[in-house]
Design a binder for this molecule. Structure first.
Ligand SMILES: Nc1nc2c(ncn2[C@@H]2O[C@H](COP(=O)(O)OP(=O)(O)OP(=O)(O)O)[C@@H](O)[C@H]2O)c(=O)[nH]1
Ligand SMILES: [Mg+2]
Length: 605
């Protein structure tokens, strides 16, 4: 049951709510005629008898139908006027009678069941009928609603109370778990509220609590819950937020809204509030969420009040950092702050560089060079991933063409596509146009997608991959083995390359399971006549293993980290002169992004 807020108890309702417009009959109609009315309309439970517009009695279906089921009375009584069978003391109720009053009257008079009755206008004329059944049902519903309201809403403010809040929080956590969203729990406690009670009186204090409740409700969206926990404590539940700073924004909005003076009964009153915020799934248990919001609220009070505080410092710095990144990210593309780095891919049989994976970095004016983990999720969320992805594609193609023009050995460039880009309607057109504009041969471009791209919209995916295939562009599946791994799609889609995820490569020489998986992927690729490449190769042992099982290509720190375009060109030139491509690089620069082995590039592009 979803009751609107505020309004704790149901509005009063009059008997008119029960009104059934049943056409009455005159007292002189015969029993046979009444019987016919009942048999014609099986839903009719009673017929009122009205003379000169005034109620005279009521005929119940049961009385008439049962009475006339007996054969010997049928003929005899059929012609008698109905007046002789009617209940002559019907319940007569004014249209405007309050339903709750009526139910009280009925219960106090000790009636155990309810009659069908007349409903009359104020001047006593027949208006319609009400049935005992409808009356009973309506009263029951209202009683339930009353009980529900009393149990779940705060009587003073009409807001959900602690019980309903906990209920919603529970549901919300379950949903957020499914949708992978954040939930924010804000705990508010008014600052120095006691002073209002002490100086202006408790009634004025109550009035302020009501006004605060109204303002809070105005600060949030329909799906959010504002509740009063008791005293001067409120909570705000944001069931579905994307970023931590969304919670910060709502908290600030609340502070701003409450900062406006309240005018209560001629007094101008100011009140501040301290807000503590906890987040699911940072805290996974309901009790932890509440406890931590409380701790954070207490800290906000310690800071002097009228402020908000996240439970952990980690959350607030994450929030601030993202907040500032979000704005900067939008401008970064125009300002040309993105750069591509290229990681060489080595053909093991030929022992030479045959490809480069293009990886995007953001040269942030203040924060320095940022890896994809820092900004790709944000770009995915705010849609920037689409223009950014197109920029990456164009830049990588142009770069590859430039290397060829400079006389370097022709190689293939691999560009990662995000799921969102992949599902763009005109992706194949964009790719074709970029190839044409940059003059790069389609064979020299490989698009890398994740398994998750293939799971959704299978038919459109087949169409798209077929179109790309027809252009001559190669398709590679990234992180192979970590996703849903339905082998069926490998046959169904035109895929050229499988890329073995670094997490398997990392332990091939120590973990027999990983070794078995890698061997299986290589064998699978061979039998499907696909190309196979291992990423994250860092040691000689891993290389030897991959060599033994005839993996086609590798990439990883053993050869080189991702390099700026100039450095990559130098490496490529050197590779063309000498045979030994596989050598630990002199410059083992620190990788960007987070991850095991220090070189994970878990995000797309
Ligand atoms: N008018 C009114 N006051 C209430 C109600 N329920 C609790 N209070 C009072 O609200 C005050 C809340 O206590 P606190 O939050 O600890 O006191 P405070 O003055 O706000 O102090 P800080 O929160 O520490 O800034 C207490 O003085 C309660 O008596 C209510 O329904 N109406
Ligand atoms: Mg307080």
């Amino acid at each position: 049951m979803k009751l609107s807020r505020p309004g704790v108890l149901p509005e009063p309702v009059t008997v008119a709510a029960l009104l059934l417009k049943v056409p009455p009959v005159e007292p002189t109609v015969t029993v046979a005629e009444v019987l016919e009315l009942f048999t014609d309309n099986p839903k009719l439970v009673a017929i009122p008898i009205v003379a000169d517009g005034l109620p005279r009695g009521i005929i119940n279906r049961k009385t008439i139908i049962e009475g006339f089921a007996r054969p010997y009375t049928r003929e005899l009584l059929g012609r008698k006027p109905i007046a002789s069978f009617m209940d002559v003391q019907p319940l007569v109720i004014d249209l405007l009678t309050d339903l709750d009053d009526l139910s009280h009257t009925i219960m106090e008079s000790g009636m155990h069941y309810m009659h069908d009755g007349f409903i009359i206008t104020k001047d006593g004329r027949y208006a319609g009928m009400g049935t005992g059944y409808d009356l009973m049902r309506t009263i029951t519903e209202r009683t339930q609603a009353n009980l529900y309201s009393l149990a779940h809403f705060d009587a003073l403010t009409g807001l959900p109370n602690r019980l309903l809040f906990l209920d919603r929080l529970n549901q919300t956590m379950a949903q957020a778990h499914r949708n992978e969203r954040l939930v924010a729990v804000m705990l508010l406690d008014l600052d120095r509220f006691k002073a209002i009670n002490d100086t202006l009186g408790h009634t004025m204090g109550d009035l302020l609590l009501k006004s605060v409740a109204e303002r809070l409700a105005e600060c949030v969206r329909e799906d959010d819950t504002v509740a009063r926990l008791g005293g001067d404590e409120f909570t705000v539940l944001l069931p579905e937020i994307r970023y931590i700073q969304d919670a910060a924004a709502v908290a600030q909005k609340i502070l701003d809204a409450l900062a406006q003076p309240f005018f209560l009964d001629g007094h101008e009153v100011f009140i501040g509030t301290s807000i503590g915020i906890s987040l699911y799934p940072f805290d996974e248990e309901l009790s932890a969420l509440l406890r931590n919001a409380d701790t954070a609220m207490y800290e906000a009070k310690q800071d002097g009040g009228n402020t908000y505080q996240f439970y952990t410092a980690e959350m607030s710095t994450a929030s601030l950092r993202r907040l500032s990144l979000e704005g900067a990210l939008r401008r970064a593309l125009e300002r040309g702050e993105f750069v591509l780095h290229y990681q060489p891919q080595i053909d093991l049989a030929r022992d030479e560089i045959v490809g480069a994976e293009a990886l995007v970095r953001w040269q942030h004016p203040d924060l320095g060079l940022l890896g994809p983990m820092e900004f790709i999720p944000l770009a995915e969320e705010n849609g920037l991933i689409v223009p950014l992805g197109e920029w990456v594609l164009r830049t990588a193609c142009a770069q590859n063409r430039a290397w060829q023009n400079a006389g370097l050995p022709p190689i293939r460039v691999t560009v990662n596509l995000s799921v969102r880009q992949f599902h763009q309607k005109n992706l194949a057109d964009i790719v074709a146009r970029i190839l044409e504009q940059t003059g790069l041969d389609a064979q020299r471009l490989e698009l890398e997608i994740t398994e998750s791209c293939l799971i959704q919209n299978t038919q459109t995916t087949v169409t798209l991959l077929t179109e790309l295939n027809r252009l001559g562009v190669r398709i590679s599946i990234d992180d192979f083995g970590t996703g849903y791994s339905s082998l069926a799609y490998l046959k169904r889609f035109p895929i050229d390359t499988l890329k073995i995820d670094r997490s398997f490569v990392c332990d091939i020489d120590t973990d027999p399971d990983d070794a078995a998986i890698v061997k299986a992927i290589i064998a699978l690729a061979q039998s499907l006549e696909m190309h196979v490449i291992a990423e994250g190769v860092e040691t000689r042992n891993q290389l030897d293993f991959l060599h033994t099982y005839q993996c086609n290509e590798i990439q990883g720190y053993l050869v080189s980290p991702p390099l700026p375009a100039g450095d990559f060109a130098a490496l490529l030139a050197m590779d063309a002169r000498g045979p030994v491509a596989i050598r630990p690089p002199a410059d083992r620069r620190r990788p960007l992004g987070h991850g095991v082995g220090g070189q994970s590039e878990t995000n797309r592009l």
